[in-house]
Design a protein around this ligand. Structure first.
Ligand code: ADP
Length: 255
């Protein structure tokens, strides 16, 4: 199997009137199809910048980013982006919020609406199609945002702190929920989070970045030795604590 994403020697700096800020320095990372990658590191170390580079919103100063062996601009790979804010529109119903991406891309067909209906059913939102976003819980809103993103059939899903606006219990539930959905759909996902437990419980691989300029400090493969693991079952695995301590040490040694 070939990597779906290859980041080679990528460096990126922001240029402002105040001067130059090197956000990322010599980043190398390969991601295989279906893998779930979590990225952790101190605040301001360049995690969101890395997602912006992968999405093609910004271009590296040096190095290369390839998706399915092609440069981002030549690749027809679909990339989905999910942010901390769900960005649902209150003036639209749940259903028309979910359809928004397809509407913009002129892709509303019998088959895409069928897929949406199936997802709404599978993810417990069938009876809320006509509701407004404000009538939903935070967790339900995030599920709506996820379905809207998945409707466009992204090959790679970028998740930038998507759970951090939720309260602790909802956050655990939504993590589990969304982790299960992404595994069921075999999506390649890259999650940026400042929550180490979340990173370990969701990821197949945890990438630890150093403080700015962000460099890769460590890449840790997570194997909880439990079949069909979910984020919640991972948290009760005896190995969870070992991974937590190992990565915590990497993070704190660096501060
Ligand atoms: P993280 O997501 O890890 O918190 P970011 O990728 O947002 O970090 O930012 C990395 C560094 O780049 C930070 O020091 C930040 O101040 C700087 N930075 C981010 N965006 C901009 C910008 N638009 N202009 C100038 N500097 C920026």
């Amino acid at each position: 199997m070939k990597p779906i994403l290859e980041i080679g020697n990528v460096t990126y700096s922001y240029h402002t009137l105040q001067g130059e800020t090197t956000a990322l320095n010599d980043i190398n990372l390969s991601v295989m199809p279906g893998q779930f990658i979590s990225i952790v590191g101190p605040s301001g170390c360049g995690k969101s910048t890395l997602l912006s580079l992968i999405s093609g919103l910004i271009k590296p100063d040096s190095g290369s980013i390839k998706i399915n062996e092609k440069k981002i601009e030549d690749s027809n790979t679909n990339i989905g982006y999910m942010l901390q804010k769900d960005n649902l529109f209150e003036w639209r119903t749940v259903y028309s919020n979910v359809l928004l991406g397809l509407e913009i891309q002129n892709k509303i067909t019998k088959s895409t609406t069928e897929t949406i209906n199936e997802m709404l059913k599978a993810y417990g939102l069938e009876n809320f199609k006509d509701a407004r976003p404000s009538q939903l819980s935070g967790g339900m809103r995030q599920r709506v945002a996820l379905i809207r993103t998945l409707a466009l059939e992204p090959d790679i899903l970028l998740l930038d702190e998507p759970f951090s606006a939720l309260d602790y219990q909802t956050r655990l539930e939504v993590c589990d929920d969304i982790g299960a959905i992404l595994r069921r759909e075999s999506k390649t996902a890259i999650l940026v989070t400042h929550d180490l437990s979340e990173a370990i419980s969701m990821g197949d691989i945890v990438v630890v970045l150093s403080k700015r300029p962000g460099k890769i400090r460590k890449i840790v493969e997570i194997d909880m030795e439990i079949p069909n693991r979910t984020p919640i079952s991972s948290r009760s695995s005896p190995k969870f604590k070992d991974y937590f301590n190992l990565i915590w040490k990497e993070l704190t040694d660096n501060v």
